[in-house]
Design a protein around this ligand. Structure first.
Ligand code: SF4
Length: 54
């Protein structure tokens, strides 16, 4: 399922933060969702809840 946190609250951006981006985050749900943040999420995005996949 998709997350419930507003993008703004999580400082979501549609671009990577250095090497950190949604496609390598443990919270990402391909192709365009996230367990934390609501809405359409880019694989190339980033937010403050980023946590790399183990
Ligand atoms: Fe979701 Fe943020 Fe991880 Fe992107 S970086 S997948 S928006 S938790």
């Amino acid at each position: 399922d998709a997350g419930t946190m507003p993008k703004a609250a999580m400082q979501y951006q549609d671009t990577p933060k250095g090497k950190a981006q949604c496609s390598i985050c443990a919270q990402f749900i391909a192709p365009h969702s996230c367990k934390v943040v609501a809405g359409n999420i880019s694989p190339n995005g980033w937010c403050i809840a980023f946590a790399p996949k183990s």
